[in-house]
Ligand binder design. Structure first.
Ligand SMILES: *Cc1c(COP(=O)(O)O)cnc(C)c1O
Length: 400
C-alpha cells in the first residue's frame, strides 16, 4: 500500500512556521512610481530602500525610449534570443554596454540572477574549483550549486584567508583544471566593496579566473558609474568576468556579463537561462540603452548620489549610530538584536519613512540592522528629516 501522504498540506504548515518565527515577508505595496516621496500601503512615505540609486527608473529619456521602442517593435520579442527573438536592440544593448565598460564584449541577460545562475555552472565542472566569499549573493550560491565543481569558502573580504584556501587548493590531487574566485563587488547588506585588486593578484599567482558580481556597484562606483573594475583600475586580463544588472542603478531590468569576446561566445552557447528563456521586450532593451546614454551624457546624477550619501552618513554617524564599513550609498544602521531593528523600522514607518530592517537569517543574529539606500533625487530637507527621525527612534529604543 502506498504511504499516506498529502500533496500540499506542508505548504501551509511551512508558511505558518515562518509567521510564528517572525521570518515571513510582509509584502508592501508601492502605489506610485519609485520616487523619493511615494505612496506605500496607502501612506505617503520617504523612500529609503530602493535600488534605484540614480532615479533612472523615472528619467524622461529612459521612459520615452521604452514607450517608443514598444510602439515600434511591440510588447514582446516573440522568442528566446537563441531562436528568433534576437532583435537589433538586444545586439545594440550588448555593444553599447561593452563600450561603456571599455571591454571587448558584453552579453545581456533577462536578469542579473539569470546571468549568475546561467553562466557560473558552465565555467567549472568536475575537476574544477569555485572559491567564494562567504557573504556572496544567493544567485552566486545557486549558480555554484548547479555545477559539479568542488567548492571552497573564504572569510568575508579576507585576502589572507583567500590565499590560504588557494594554497590548500594547490595540494589537490589530481590538480584542479580550472579555479574561479567568485565575489560580490559591493556587498548588499553592508555596502562594503570586495578587495578586488588583491583578489586579482592572488588569482594571477594561481592562474585562476576572477568573477565579480557588481550589481550594487554599477552606476555608482567608478568613473561615471562604470563599475568596480573601473573603480579599482583593473584590466580584463585581471578580472575575467564582470557581471551586473540593469535592475538597480540603471533603473530598468536585465543582467549582463562583460569581458572578452571568448566569454561572450562561450556564454551564449552554454548558459541555459540565456538559451532557454525569452528575450527581454524591445522596450526594456531600449530603456537600458537610454540609461547608458544618460550615464554617459549626464554625469551629475552619479555625483549627486555621492553627495547625498555623504550627507546622510555624516548625520547618522554624528547622531552616534554604528554604520559598519560602508563605502557606497548602501548604509547599514546597526541595531544589534532583531527586535531592535524591527522596532526602529516600525518607528520610522510611523514617521513616514520607509526603510528595510534586516535580521537573521539574512545576517548574523547579533548583527541586525536597518539598511538605508540613498538616491540622487533625495533633497537635503528629506535627508535631514530622516536623520532626525533616526535620532529620536534610536534614543527611544536605546540604540544610541
Ligand atoms: C540584485 C542582485 C542580483 C540580481 O540581479 P537582478 O538583475 O535583480 O536579478 C545579483 N547579485 C547581486 C549581488 C545583487 O545584489
Amino acid at each position: 500500500m502506498a504511504v499516506k501522504r498529502h500533496p500540499t498540506k506542508y505548504l501551509g504548515e511551512e508558511y505558518q512556521r515562518l509567521v510564528r518565527e517572525n521570518l515571513n515577508w510582509e509584502l508592501k505595496i508601492l502605489e506610485t512610481a519609485s520616487e523619493p516621496i511615494c505612496i506605500v500601503n496607502g501612506k505617503k512615505v520617504l523612500m529609503l530602500c530602493a535600488n534605484n540609486y540614480l532615479n533612472l527608473a523615472t528619467h524622461p529619456k529612459v521612459v520615452k525610449a521604452m514607450i517608443e521602442a514598444t510602439q515600434k517593435y511591440g510588447a514582446g520579442a516573440g522568442s528566446d534570443r537563441s531562436i528568433s527573438g534576437n532583435m537589433t536592440l538586444h545586439e545594440e544593448l550588448d555593444s553599447r554596454l561593452a563600450k561603456f565598460k571599455n571591454a571587448p564584449a558584453s552579453l545581456t541577460f533577462q536578469t542579473g540572477f539569470m546571468a549568475n545562475e546561467g553562466v557560473i555552472p558552465q565555467l567549472a565542472g568536475k575537476g574544477d574549483l569555485f572559491v567564494s566569499d562567504e557573504l556572496n549573493h544567493g544567485s552566486i550560491i545557486d549558480g555554484v550549486r548547479l555545477s559539479h565543481a568542488d567548492r571552497a569558502i573564504f572569510k568575508h573580504k579576507d585576502v589572507e584567508d583567500l590565499a590560504r584556501v588557494m594554497d590548500e587548493a594547490e595540494k589537490h590531487d589530481p590538480p584542479y583544471n580550472h579555479i574561479w574566485i567568485l565575489t560580490d563587488g559591493v556587498f548588499s547588506m553592508d555596502g562594503d566593496t570586495a578587495p578586488l585588486r588583491e583578489i586579482a593578484k592572488i588569482a594571477k599567482e594561481h592562474g585562476a579566473g576572477v568573477y565579480v558580481d557588481d550589481a550594487h556597484g554599477e552606476g555608482v562606483l567608478g568613473e561615471g558609474g562604470r563599475g568596480i573594475v573601473n573603480h579599482y583600475k583593473l584590466t580584463r586580463e585581471e578580472v575575467h568576468v564582470e557581471m551586473g544588472t540593469f535592475s538597480k542603478a540603471f533603473g530598468v531590468i536585465g543582467g549582463h556579463i562583460t569581458g572578452g569576446e571568448d566569454l561572450r561566445n562561450f556564454a551564449y552557447n552554454k548558459a541555459r537561462s540565456w538559451l532557454l528563456s525569452g528575450a527581454v521586450p524591445p522596450g526594456v532593451a531600449a530603456a537600458c540603452i537610454a540609461a547608458i546614454d544618460v550615464l554617459e551624457t549626464e554625469p551629475q546624477h552619479v555625483r549627486k548620489v555621492w553627495e547625498n550619501r555623504a550627507h546622510l552618513l555624516e548625520g547618522l554617524q554624528d547622531a552616534g549610530f554604528d554604520t559598519g564599513n560602508t563605502e557606497t550609498p548602501i548604509i547599514p544602521v546597526m541595531c544589534g538584536r532583531s527586535k531592535a531593528a524591527k522596532d526602529l523600522a516600525d518607528y520610522l514607518w510611523s514617521k513616514e519613512i520607509f526603510v528595510l530592517p534586516i535580521f537573521y537569517p539574512m545576517v548574523a543574529r547579533d548583527k541586525a540592522r536597518i539598511r538605508v539606500q540613498v538616491c540622487t533625487k533625495h533633497t537635503t530637507e528629506q535627508l535631514n528629516r530622516a536623520i532626525e527621525a533616526f535620532k529620536e527612534g534610536g534614543k527611544k529604543l536605546g540604540i544610541i
